[in-house]
Design a protein around this ligand. Structure first.
Ligand code: NAD
Length: 301
């Protein structure tokens, strides 16, 4: 395996999961975030995810102790990449933030470091120039709850080095992911090409006041046999990311319904710090959301 030292930039909903998964598989992982306060939050989230690794993967205490030893933390960008073979970027889904991050990173990262973005909606070609090393840049896209939904979509842009693309497939397997290579740039990869239209249609139904989140979720669950519905998925994704995606789309399309959705999400969720599972409330309340109730799909008198 070519890569030993991995840096994960951003310790939010996805970043801390990526870092923990890779450390669990025996790699040295450095976590970079904007300040020490955010990194402290990440440390407490690691304690929670460790429990999930125990219950879902039967991870032993010894494995988890080694995982914690493999993790280091810094808010100094230069320090975070000084030995990095691979940097995985999981910072906010905002092109201006990402470009400015890559421009700073390009100046301080060693030449050998490969950069991979976990962006869900941006194409690698939109960011490639800002990396200063387009051949060594591609997308490595994970799904939420990475230890259970262990997929890694791997997508280059037209000038990504094909050898690096292959190396990333090998790396994905080494960290316990099912590699899903894409041979062309595709907005939303495979997963989000399927998922985003579903989530967006659900929000449309809600904002147009056609129905409520529980009824919409019940429809999807009962009719397709899916274990959870679109609003439960939105809570898992995190309302911050959902808000950012809808804001970009409203600005691009200028459609009144899209702006209505953005306003709805801001007033009902962002302003009230209801950001989904991460804050204990989104469309559902956690840890015992209603869709898990045994009677959620039952016919009630
Ligand atoms: P998030 O908002 O939960 O976390 C972002 C993290 O980045 C925060 O810890 C924040 O402090 C940090 N950050 C902000 N500015 C930074 C900077 N300049 N440098 C370094 N760190 C910075 O976001 P998220 O949901 O984890 O999404 C991160 C990326 O992962 C996005 O590109 C998103 O599209 C992608 N992604 C998210 C999901 C999901 O389900 N949430 C799934 C797959 C991919």
């Amino acid at each position: 395996m070519k890569y030993k030292n991995i840096t994960v930039a951003g310790s939010g909903v996805l970043g801390y999961q990526i870092a923990f998964q890779i450390a669990f598989q025996g790699f040295n992982v450095t976590i970079y975030d904007i300040n020490d306060e955010v990194l402290e939050k990440a440390k407490s989230k690691f304690k929670i995810i460790a429990k999930a690794f125990k219950s879902d993967l039967n991870a032993t205490q010894e494995q988890l102790d080694i995982t914690f030893k493999n993790l280091t933390y810094t808010s100094n960008l230069t320090e975070s990449v000084k030995d990095a073979d691979l940097l995985i970027e999981a910072i906010p889904e905002n092109i201006a933030i990402k470009i400015s991050f890559y421009e700073r990173l390009a100046k301080v990262a060693p030449k050998k470091t490969i950069f991979a973005t976990n962006s869900s909606t941006l194409l690698p070609s939109q960011l490639a120039d800002s990396t200063g090393r387009p051949k060594q840049f591609l997308a490595l896209h994970f799904a939420n709850n990475i230890w259970k939904h262990n997929t890694a979509e791997i997508m280059g842009h037209p000038t990504t080095d094909p050898k690096i693309f292959k190396d990333l497939i090998i790396f994905a397997k080494a960290i316990g992911m099912l590699p899903l290579p894409l041979h062309k740039e595709q907005p939303g990869y495979i997963l989000n090409s399927l998922l985003v239209p579903l989530l967006s249609a659900s929000l449309d139904l809600l904002v147009k006041e056609v129905s409520d989140p529980y009824t919409i979720d019940k429809t999807w669950m009962k009719a397709t046999g899916a274990p959870i519905g679109p609003f439960a998925i939105l809570d898992t994704v995190g309302i911050n990311t959902v808000y950012n995606i809808n804001l970009s789309s409203a600005e691009e399309t200028q459609e009144p319904l899209a702006f209505k959705t953005v306003k709805y999400l801001k007033e009902n969720f962002i302003d009230k710090n209801k950001l989904g599972i991460s804050t204990g409330e989104g469309f559902y309340k956690y840890p015992n959301p209603r869709f898990l109730d045994s009677d959620f799909l039952k016919i009630k008198p």
